[in-house]
Design a protein around this ligand. Sequence first.
Ligand SMILES: *Cc1c(COP(=O)(O)O)cnc(C)c1O
Length: 426
Amino acid sequence: MNADFTLDTARALDAADPLSRFRDQFFIPQHDGEDCIYLTGNSLGLQPRAAADALQVELDSWREHGVEGHFRGAHPWADYHERFARGLAHLTGAQENEVVAMNALTTNLHLLLVSFYRPQGKRRKILAEAKAFPSDRYALVSQIRFHQGDPDTDLIELSPRPGEHTLRTVDIESAIQQAGDELALVMMGGVNYYTGQRLDMRTIAAAAAEVGALCGFDLAHAMGNVPMSLHEWGVDFACWCSYKYLNSGPGAVSGIYVHERHLGLTDIPRFEGWWGHDKERRFLMEPNFHPIATAEAWQLSNAPVLNMAVHAVALDQFLEAGIEALRERGDRLTAYLEAAIHDVAERTGAELEIITPTEVEQRGSQISLLAHGFGRQLFDDLTAAGVVADWREPNVIRMAPVPLYNSFSDLARFHAILQHCILKSH
Ligand SMILES: *Cc1c(COP(=O)(O)O)cnc(C)c1O
């Protein structure tokens, strides 16, 4: 990476990259009449310009057809969720029968735990990462209690080694081996929300299977960020949200993946509802449940069409660009941001530590910066200068250079602003 962060050089990098064209398909929030430097696509992705029209199509269908919209209109609502299988399969590296869009993330995590956390005898433990996203921890602890377990002993929370910020794969593997036949489930974030570390999901899934445990991932920060091969890796289940890297709007529909080996079973514990029932027979209103032989069996309710309309637009963008190509551009943007931060540290003498791994296979589009000796003021100064980033106490700034809409020019501008803010506070 050359250490040239001038706007001219950055503009040349943008002009040379065919994927730069996607930026124009988004609304970029404004600050003082200029584009913000929006680096929080890992919290809420930006709005695709095509979102409003897609939503309008469904409002029109409702207006014109009323209840008949379930069977008429551009995308009849009765099988609306089927629109997403192709895009979700592409992003997860799954078969189309293994994925479905439904509900919200934490809701889905609970529904999947009903099926895949089945403590029996001494096999009761769940291995998770320490300082997991709070909602995930609440879900795991409450599931353990729901099964009359004791979270103090049944939840193993793995921390990085002293003085380190991220987990080593070998330490995860040995924690799995150590728990052995007491381990019911490994449940971790595919990409850690705080450090941006991408876990080696293939190795972890294999290690779990080796000791007879199941393995699931929360992909909130992985979906639309890093390519995956969940089916081939043998991951048992996963869930995600679509408002972060997937740009589907606040509170947008979540999705799940269930490995083929768990599909079509009638004896699996599962909370069931009519939308998981055999589609041909749904409206016969029969008393007994016949599960659809795909991940759709986990659906409970009819599709929230108005929230899903935008999801379709967003997934189409990923299908058009391709997740592999986006990751390649994301790697270049992330490396550029990383180099820009190192450059500012060198020029100013500030101690700016990046806690996100440096190896590309261990991260996606995120840099978490630990700004030693700086408090919230640095973050506030960045914000006042048009940088939208994310602050975590005590002094971590999280930034996501998103390949669909962030540009090298964004990052060159960030370089200048960061340097200015640091010099100002010295
Ligand atoms: C964003 C995020 C959530 C949010 O959960 P919701 O149910 O969508 O509100 C949960 N877990 C992780 C790991 C997240 O990153």
